[in-house]
Write a protein that binds this ligand. Sequence first.
Ligand SMILES: Cc1cc2nc3c(=O)[nH]c(=O)nc-3n(C[C@H](O)[C@H](O)[C@H](O)COP(=O)(O)OP(=O)(O)OC[C@H]3O[C@@H](n4cnc5c(N)ncnc54)[C@H](O)[C@@H]3O)c2cc1C
Length: 528
Amino acid sequence: MEQRYQVIIVGGGPVGVALAVELGQRGVSCVLIERHTTPQRIPKGQNLTNRSMEHFYFWGAVDELRAARVMPRGYPIGGITAYGDLMRDHWYIPVGRESYGDYFFQANERLPQYLTEEVLRARMADFPNVTSIPGWSAETIEQEEQGVRVTITEENGPGRQVFEAEYVVGCDGPRSTVREQSGIERDGTDFDQKMALLVFRSRELHEGLKHLPERTVYRALSPDFKGAWCFFGRIDVGEGWFFHAPVPRDATAEDYDFRGLLQRAAGFEFSVEFDHIGFWELRVAVANTYRKGRAFIAGDAAHTHPPYGAYGLNTGLEDVTNLGWKLAAALEGWGGDSLLDSYSEERRPIFWETGEDVIADGIKRDRAFLEQYSPDRDLEEFKQAWKKVEAADSEVNRTYEPHYEGSSVVMGPPDSVCSIHGSLSLTAKAGHHLAPQLLSSGCNVFEELGSGFTLLAFDAEDSTVKDFEETAMSLNVPLKVVRDTYEDGRKKTESRLALVRPDQYVAWTGDTSPDDTARLMQKVTGIV
Ligand SMILES: Cc1cc2nc3c(=O)[nH]c(=O)nc-3n(C[C@H](O)[C@H](O)[C@H](O)COP(=O)(O)OP(=O)(O)OC[C@H]3O[C@@H](n4cnc5c(N)ncnc54)[C@H](O)[C@@H]3O)c2cc1C
């Protein structure tokens, strides 16, 4: 049996299903191949950032996602970092990424990843142009000039099918078949450290932490573990927990004292019932490119790393939002090949810097601090250095602003680069995420954005707007114009005109008509 789609998605974890929703909404015909029939009940990516919640808003599933929350509404989502264990005197509450909510249209959320996946799968079922095939594995991925061919086999049976499409996207996790068969290599820092992942229940742990302010996650920095974390996270309030920490290379699920490890990290004894014991490696691995011909990779297939800072799932969902409209544009004929190239050009540096500058450097910085300072050796010196650890921790969140200023499909400043280092400014700037703001109608600008490009026109000349509309029509680029008065509308944007991409990133800003509107539109759609 052979069937043809526009896009084949390999891997139906959260990133693959989110891509199916994104493409489904854009009218792209796609098939999703997933090895398993049910997701693993491990909470994993629980912390969904403000930005990820914007994606759920545009996917039409934000209310469903918030309704699936397990934690009581209003329970603080942030964390506590403690020196040694959770009973010592030295701890702080870093300023988390959620503190910069003004920059986003949605508040952050927290729920177990398997519940997020359920919401996404329910939404995917709304699209007749998306076919989901659970219980099958992609075995071979072949590329030809005109398309891709993926052979899939049944997990628990003799079935074999061949699918053809214009493009294939590997959302197939760390051991990605699509990545490997496309010959894409990975690079990054390897700490050569085995880590345990435990899911357990303990009311006594909940009770024992009542001396600390209510928080969702607790990170203990122990001098014994060279900067690797002992990390407790709540699944609910009162009983459910997950935990990860370093273990010796030869530790197995059967013969290691996990209870002792937990109690050492907490600093007190408590009873535990384990639901899951697993392992992972403390290393960052980022693909050298996210595109090879007609094959793309997204999510953990493109970047894996320690779950330090909630970057994994959130970054994967941003990959989807960046890639989805570009694939649709190429399939509809208004996006050029360089628009497809810009996916890797924009997204890869973001994770490379996240993995190296934030996660790996963070581990190294903590290691250096733990080696040099100790409250038992010199308390005053330790306190001064501990304050600096807290400041550095908060600073990372204050300046974490993934942007594409250096992208070839954005009109950013000369010689700029795509980077995570930014300023979360509310001003509209080419290459940056659009900040929300109220229009004079009382609506938020996010409620008015179109699914294609949007021109924000604040008291702009009619001739300028007409020029954009006619140019977009001649190039078949979907464009919605949102008009408002300059005085009201300019509150944060600080320019009369802003061209916003379908992923809510600004492609161009100005106060007057561009010199050559056709050339601008061709550039931001990758035609020139
Ligand atoms: C303890 C822990 C805590 C975490 N906390 C956070 C957090 O707070 N925030 C955050 O953002 N992230 C977090 N993460 C990371 C997050 O879980 C991952 O980034 C996320 O699961 C990646 O999703 P994915 O869809 O890319 O890959 P996966 O979830 O790995 O899904 C890949 C899917 O592809 C399928 N597959 C693989 N090969 C094939 C094939 N050949 N054919 C068909 N199907 C295939 C697999 O069955 C799987 O379902 C955490 C991870 C862990 C382990």
